[in-house]
Design a protein around this ligand. Structure first.
Ligand SMILES: *Cc1c(COP(=O)(O)O)cnc(C)c1O
Length: 371
């Protein structure tokens, strides 16, 4: 049996009949950049994330970049973030000549450890980027209160977390000053190419984001600020608008798959070797990834791949150990929990269309490895 890490074709087959007319409509209109499709989709995403505004942009990476630009981040400013995330989280800070300042993770949730943030605050600190890794939000209350105390902005990197909730049903992207989302095809809401969104409740930031994504122009050809081409395509909005109708069902299926794996792993006694993901009390985890911590991780990966089970390490190298960040002066071992996670974890297939047979096969194959 084959179990790919992700099977986008399986999902496409279920919605093809809805997608083709929507895409055809855009093609007939020949209206490709921003426009009514994008506007309508932005309003739906704002609604879904329970924010006042949403601004469609060209990718999750550009969402982070434009959010930082909207804060007028200056060269030499410092932005505190996790040592363990997808590259764009830290890359977007460095691209503005600001300084990424890393913090270790909580070993249970893999999210930034809020207890280690305040020590990193200096006179130059401007913002915190909290990443909601794998689909579960960071512990936001302590982060928000540290930010308030020191006058820092908070950006949520919610690229993996659309619809995820923190305690008291607060949605990812609605807690900080801005939330950044990605519609990369492998995200829970994935387009047919690149796309992203920035959410905010702040009318001033909203306005600025809409200018910045279009070279800072307002009105057209008059530039008060320097932005870029960070626009979302109407074709992507048309696809994503259809997919958004299915998102809660897909999330439910991901959650069921996660429960199934965790039960299977525990019932087979595999929890001696494998730590299953935690769901924090009162949170809504949307399982963009199902991450286990596994003994003999690299041998397990080889074994799973030999048995045609897709798996991946997210992420094998922490930010302090990235060559491009050598100039920041960190060294190996500075973030022991993040580095341990990078060495011990792997993602199993969790996509909504997995069959019971496939899930059983994954658990049985892990059992065969340790047995
Ligand atoms: C995917 C991702 C991004 C970047 O999104 P793109 O749309 O691929 O540019 C940023 N941060 C995190 C945590 C991500 O998972």
């Amino acid at each position: 049996m084959q179990v790919p890490l992700l099977d986008l074709k399986a999902q496409y087959q279920t919605i093809k009949h809805e997608i083709i007319p929507a895409v055809t409509e855009v093609m007939e209109s020949q209206y490709f950049i921003l426009g009514p499709k994008v506007k309508a989709f932005e309003e739906r995403v704002a609604d879904y994330c329970r924010t006042k505004y949403a601004v469609g942009v060209s990718s999750g990476t550009d969402a982070l970049l434009i959010a930082l630009m909207a804060l007028d981040l200056q060269p030499g400013d410092e932005v505190i973030t996790t040592a363990y995330s997808f590259f764009a989280t830290a890359g977007s800070i460095a691209r503005l000549q600001a300084k990424p300042v890393f913090v270790d993770i909580d070993p249970v949730t893999f999210n930034i450890n809020p207890n280690q943030i305040e020590d990193k605050v200096t006179k130059k600190t401007r913002a915190v980027i909290a990443v909601h890794l794998y689909g579960q939000t960071a512990d936001m209350d302590p982060i928000l209160s540290i930010a308030q105390k020191h006058g820092l902005s908070v950006i949520e990197d919610a690229a993996q977390a659309i619809g995820s909730e923190y305690i008291k049903h607060r949605r990812a992207g609605s807690m900080g000053d801005m939330g950044c989302f990605s519609f990369f095809p492998s995200k829970n809401l994935g387009g047919f190419g690149d796309g992203g969104m920035v959410t905010t409740d702040d009318a001033g930031l909203y306005e600025k984001l809409t200018y910045l994504r279009n070279h800072g122009a307002h009105p057209k050809y008059y530039h008060k600020m320097i932005g870029g081409n960070f626009r979302l395509d109407a074709l992507q909005a048309a696809v994503l608008d259809i997919k958004l109708n299915h998102l809660d069902d897909w999330t439910a299926a991901r959650q069921e798959n996660a429960t199934y794996y965790t039960q299977g792993i525990v019932e087979s006694g595999l929890d001696k070797w494998v730590t299953t993901p935690s769901i924090e009390k009162g949170y809504r985890h949307i399982f963009n990834q199902y991450i286990i911590r596994a003994q003999q991780r690299d041998d397990l990966i080889t074994f799973l791949k030999q048995h045609q089970i897709g798996c991946e390490v997210y992420y094998p190298v922490t930010f302090n150990n990235q060559e491009c960040f050598r100039y920041l002066g960190y060294k190996k071992g500075d973030f022991p929990q993040a580095e341990k996670a990078a060495a011990e974890t792997l993602a199993l297939p969790i996509y909504p269309e997995l069959t019971v047979e496939q899930k059983n096969y994954v658990v049985e194959t892990i059992a065969a490895f340790y047995g």
